[in-house]
Ligand binder design. Structure first.
Ligand code: NAD
Length: 358
């Protein structure tokens, strides 16, 4: 099968994960070039991965002009994704964009329109969806084993220093990060929560900048009304002085699960309940270890993280099907987060827009 030839746009932190993922998929893909607005960053990256790079403001155009680049992955500040995705799609390239796909719904809609006009593939990086824990829970929900979803909660309590925000000059800014603890960090878990629960219909929220010198929030909380009719909570912050902590919880009428630190921490469904035996007279209410072990034995070659995202995106392009996280899917977390910002600003409940921006 032909290989998909990639260029990486932006050669900073996460670009390394892109390059390593492509290296690990050498039978399906090839990294041919990269670019960065900062010439020195482009050059360092090129030396590390043994590829030509384009530095400077016009680096993207020069990369897109290469006929041997079939696809680009975007590893640039979030506020640049929509413009770069549009340019790449119009240059005939397939695009895999980092999260969040865009920082406003208008930008997301422009990207969706550019994808439709060009017929190229546009996918979003949400690697948490490939975690075995998330895959197991989603499959159980799809098979009806959780019953009706009543509660879905997402918590992210991470530690970010002032130095982290000061680096690069784009983090914690409205123009380029599009938000703070919610838009940048919590977006993964908000996406997971909405993906598992079947969407968020409305939110009420508060945001605050409590312990960093940044424009955007380092803390945000929301009460949410799920599309299932259930209720939930979102809490995201980068003020944890200790360890990183993240958790997604789903409770249905017949099953529940907790994904903590990417692991399946708790899992129970009535259908799978382990009945008490003489040897084990108490019924088990946490089937996570058995369920996870069984699943891993059945999926020995399963990839996670960026390798999983790239592998599935490449498969989708080569086999001409939709990527696992389409632009419409990527838009959902953005819609929830901008609605929380609006709810916090206006002090009222905000309906999460489903289709095009209002
Ligand atoms: N999926 C994940 O787990 C994950 C993790 C970290 C970051 N991200 C996302 O990846 C993106 C980049 O984050 P990062 O932490 O790598 O940032 P970074 O600051 O380390 O790297 C961004 C790079 O883009 C370059 N750049 C800026 N403007 C450019 C332009 N116009 N053209 C080309 N290059 C340009 C910068 O010089 C820099 O080298 C963000 O959208 C972020 O949300 C995702």
């Amino acid at each position: 099968m032909a290989k998909l030839r990639f260029g990486i746009v932006g050669a900073g932190g996460i670009a390394h994960a892109h390059a390593r993922a492509l290296r690990g998929l050498a039978d399906q893909a090839e990294l041919v070039a990269a670019c960065d607005a900062v010439a020195a960053a482009a050059e360092r990256f090129g030396q590390e991965f043994g590829i030509p790079t384009y530095g400077g403001e016009d680096g993207v155009e020069r990369l897109l002009a290469r006929p041997d680049v079939d696809a680009v992955s975007l590893a640039t500040p979030s506020g640049l994704h929509f413009r770069q995705a549009g340019a790449a799609l119009r240059a005939g390239k397939h695009v895999l964009t980092e999260k969040p796909m865009a920082i406003t719904l208008e930008q997301a809609d422009e990207m969706i329109a550019a994808q439709a006009q060009t017929g190229r593939t546009l996918g979003c990086v949400f690697q948490q969806r490939f975690n075995p824990a998330a895959v197991i829970v989603r499959a159980a929900i799809d098979e009806g084993r959780f019953g009706r979803i009543l509660h879905a909660n997402a918590y992210l309590k991470w530690h970010r220093t002032q130095q982290y925000y000061d680096q690069g000059g784009w983090r914690g800014t409205w123009a380029m990060d599009g938000g703070g603890a919610l838009m940048n960090q919590s977006v993964h878990y908000i996406d997971l929560m909405q993906w598992l629960a079947g969407g968020v219909a409305a939110v009420q929220g508060y945001t605050g900048t409590l312990n960093h010198r940044i424009e955007t929030e380092d803390a945000g909380v929301a009460a949410v009304r799920l599309r299932s009719g259930g209720l939930g909570v979102i809490e995201g912050m980068t003020n944890n002085p200790a360890n990183e902590y993240d958790r997604v919880e789903i409770y249905g009428t017949d099953g529940m699960a907790v994904i903590e630190g990417g692991q399946l921490a708790r899992y129970f469904t009535r259908a799978e309940e382990v009945r008490p035996t003489e040897a084990e007279p108490r019924p088990s209410r946490n089937l996570a270890p058995q369920v996870l072990e069984r699943w891993k034995a059945a999926h020995p070659d399963w990839k996670t993280g960026h390798p999983a995202v790239f592998q599935s995106f490449i498969g989708a392009v080569l086999e001409r099907r939709e990527p696992p996280v389409t632009a419409r899917e990527g838009r959902k977390a953005v819609a929830i987060i901008v609605s929380i910002y609006r709810a916090a600003r206006e002090g009222r409940e905000v309906t999460v827009p489903e289709g095009r921006a209002e």
